[in-house]
Design a protein around this ligand. Structure first.
Ligand code: F6R
Length: 239
């Protein structure tokens, strides 16, 4: 695991380097995208680069709320379309987001896992991390060998994400998410974390035991992870 500390702009540039390096040489590149605030600097940096092959990139989002229509502006489908598809010029037909409005979400999760496999697996997965150590919506207590599944959101996660909703009661209670095992099958992982609120989760994930109480700790077992941190997010790591 490589850990790099820089300011926010530097992290965005470095994340963009890693994504392009991973997708650039592949005949059928597959990109795993996260939503939330942390990766926005990477997407902004990517938008400034020249990469003519975006139209051929297949992408898979990490997760989606259950119960929001895909065209709801708060859905991750809408977010990915705005921040990634339109910003970079990806082909919308090649961009997949779990179907959080499916009548049978469990079946939708299975289909999503199969689609990732049939797409050839993810070449580079961008991740954020929750204050409670979640990656995707794999909350503390999730079995680390889970694949894409229907997940209940932790109270802490709902509180953190309430900023995107008018009322706390509007924040969905569940989501479809790639599981820890799905994420671990990506060939490369780039985790980005900003701000002091993430420091305890980063320290537990990177230096604590591999344990479901800290879902991100599973990344210690992946052979190609780069962790991009600002000084605040790195502040609880041992010297
Ligand atoms: C988003 C996702 C989440 C976020 C995490 C951090 O698709 O799966 O795990 O990465 O909640 O969110 P931000 O970046 O908004 O702090």
């Amino acid at each position: 695991m490589k850990i790099e500390v820089a300011d926010e702009a530097g992290l965005g540039e470095r994340g963009a380097d890693l994504v392009l390096e991973s997708l650039g040489g592949r005949p059928d590149p597959v990109w795993g995208v996260a939503t939330g605030g942390s990766p926005l600097g990477i997407y902004r940096a990517l938008a400034q680069r020249t990469f003519r092959a975006w139209r051929g990139v297949r992408a898979f989002a990490l997760d989606e709320y259950v119960g929001l229509a895909p065209d709801d502006p708060r859905s991750y489908r809408s977010t990915v379309e705005r921040d990634v598809v339109r910003a970079l010029g990806l082909d919308p037909a090649l961009v997949h987001v779990p179907d959080g409005s499916a009548p049978d979400p469990v079946l939708a999760a299975k289909r999503y896992e199969r689609d990732i496999e049939q797409g050839g697996g993810i070449d580079v997965q961008v991740l954020g991390i929750g204050r409670n150590g979640h990656i995707g919506f794999n909350e503390p207590g999730t079995a680390l060998d889970e694949h894409t599944h229907l997940a209940r959101l932790a109270d802490e996660t709902r509180i953190d994400n309430a900023r995107y909703f008018a009322r706390m009661s509007d924040v969905p209670v569940s989501a479809l998410t790639q599981g820890p095992a799905t994420i671990m099958r990506s060939r490369r992982i780039v985790l980005i974390a900003l701000g002091r609120a993430k420091a305890p989760a980063i320290a537990r994930a990177l230096t604590g035991p591999v344990d479901p109480v800290s879902p991100a700790s599973i990344l210690q077992r992946h052979p190609d992870v780069t962790v991009l941190l600002d000084a605040d997010a790195a502040s609880a790591l041992p010297e």
